[in-house]
Ligand binder design. Sequence first.
Ligand code: ZN
Ligand code: MN
Length: 488
Amino acid sequence: MTNSDYKIIVGLEIHVQMATRTKMFCGCELVFAAEPNSRVCPVCLGLPGALPVMNRQAVEFAILTATALNCKVAEFTKWDRKSYYYPDLPKNYQISQYDLPIGSNGYIEIPVGDGVTKKIRICRVHLEEDAGKNIHTAGSFSQVDLNRAGTPLLEIVTEPDINSAEEVRLLAMELQRIVRFLGVSEADMQKGHMRFEPNVNLHIKKDGSKHETPIAEIKNLNSFKALEKSVGFEVRSQLDNFIERGEVMQSGNKKTFGWDDVKEVTVLQRGKEEAHDYRYFPDPDLVPVVVDEKWLGEIKGGLCELPLKMQGRFVSQYGLSDYDASVLTTDRATSEYFDSAVKAGGDAKRVCNLITQTGLKTANEKGCGVAQLGIEPKRLAELAKMTDASQISATAAVTIFVKMMESKEQPGEIAEKLNLLQKSDAGELEKIVDEVITANPQAVEDAKSGDKKSKKAHGFLMGQIMQKTKGTANPQVVAKILGTKLKA
Ligand code: ZN
Ligand code: MN
């Protein structure tokens, strides 16, 4: 079958860990890789009589994210118990939000290349608590670490508007960028801060009729690569099953799969529970949450320019390529740093090059962000200006950039000290050009000849002049003087 005969339909469910100091309903601190069961208390252990208390910061983070995702924020919301039994869930229920999610009916815009964006509708955004972790050590037993139990998670559910494995990855990456810009999550994939569950099926046209393949839900994916690959695998697998066995959707044949990262295949896990299996009911231990206008206004005050909008602005306002703009808007600190340097008078493309070519590399080596390298936006702008005015070469700019990290000196002072200022004084340079011309009559003749020797001879003469000035001459000025002299 060709591509045009079927359409890929994907909806995505994402769990994002909120960057609060403590857990969702108790005062236990959130510490990554702490000693197992060292961050627990009667509340998150589910001991009888312990009462949960809502983490206000988590709710504010959730509302801020819901707003950024263009959702309607609920004026009234509550907490519900989602009952199920599992060793990592000591209470035998998870506190979640069922019929009144904190946000609903929003959308996220994702970049699909060349500045083009696509809107994916968001069905709901709600807060809930994470479960603990089962550790399957060698031997015939498993252990459970409850440090993670009670961690605030934001669950985001999209409508099935995603139509390729690549789009699924792009959405996940855009969401990571958004929550990092908002400061509501570190969104560190290595630490499991973002987990994905795509629902995949196909709408197939064959012999004039439409068919739908069974929906596959792939659980617990924790990397962009696994997300994209697993969706790609399911698409091919469902297509094969349809062609070979005519497998189509019947009521209730939604299946749950896991992802084998090594073999790169999905593995069937179990039949999917329906909502009624969870016996949702309002948690009697927690009061409902009322979001009045004043509180909502305060939270919305924390909204910033979102990354995709900023990326678009860098293209339209500063004339950057979409690629450069996307690199600069990977995180908020870098994008604001760039923006400030341009506003301080640096040419956008020049500042962009300094940041993306020298800054990011250096920052990577130091394990920090570009904005933390110790070069204020204003000094970076100065450096860009000097390069633009040909006062220094592009190579010298890199040397000065590195020096600027260690001192508070202006780029001009550093350039002078290191003798990196380019000579642009035409009178002085003309003298040197004349000397070189007199000393190399053969090369001059070759350069004037206009045949194939001339380019090489021209290069030789330029080299001699640059050498005489110890590389400090402005090559554009030298080339101009030499050109004029050779024509004479
Ligand atoms: Zn606790
Ligand atoms: Mn959930």
